[in-house]
Ligand binder design. Sequence first.
Ligand code: UDP
Length: 239
Amino acid sequence: MGQPKYRRVILKISGEGLCKPGGMGLDQEEISRIALAAKAVVAGGTQLGIVVGGGNFIRGQVLSQAGHVRRATGDYMGMLATCINALALQDTLEDLGAPTRVLTAIEMRQIAEPFIRRRAVRHLEKGRIVILAGGTGNPYFTTDTCAALRASELEAEVLMKATKVDGVFTADPVKDPTARKFDRLTYQEVLEKQLGVMDLTAISMCMASRIPIVVFNLKKEGNIARVIAGETIGTTITS
Ligand code: UDP
């Protein structure tokens, strides 16, 4: 691998990135694939923070639609799900010899450190992979918004948004074979066209912080390394 393009990146992995396509829960093979790629990023000299989602277990909004469980309660359950994912990723990374810290937005001192910005920066500078769990710590937000927030405050150069398709399309490429992929988009275009790649809060935050977003296919082998090397894959969203 040549010189990496980025010094510090935030990688957003959805919960569904950690299970088999269309599945739920955790799949060790998928987690190991991501861990191997993440280890290589740090070995290449790039500082890496990973924001994990929790949708492979719970989405607060979906759960609350069935009644009984309040939206806020469901959201907290979703945030706890991200912590489960973070721990699985941490042990897998450390088995590969990659030093890792889990930092949670909701305190759970027995299993992880609380998220403290300056501490997160220190871990990154020491070459540790920092897994950012518990979302923003607030209900009614998403882990995409958490990724935009952490990328902003940790001064990452790019937010890598891993998805199960090749980038941002005119329509859902899984359902519509005529859907066309965008190579480049502006934040404004994503907001105006409501392209649904990330929630609008996340896009707005990246726009305000001028953090480029690269949307790419996680399930294609080698893609994380390609983005880090500066290859133009997926869709790049900038001002
Ligand atoms: N969540 C939340 N606040 C946050 C981040 C997440 O309330 O800051 C909850 C919310 O219920 C969400 C769930 O955690 O549905 C899982 O996160 P998300 O849907 O972003 O996960 P992903 O789709 O990336 O797997």
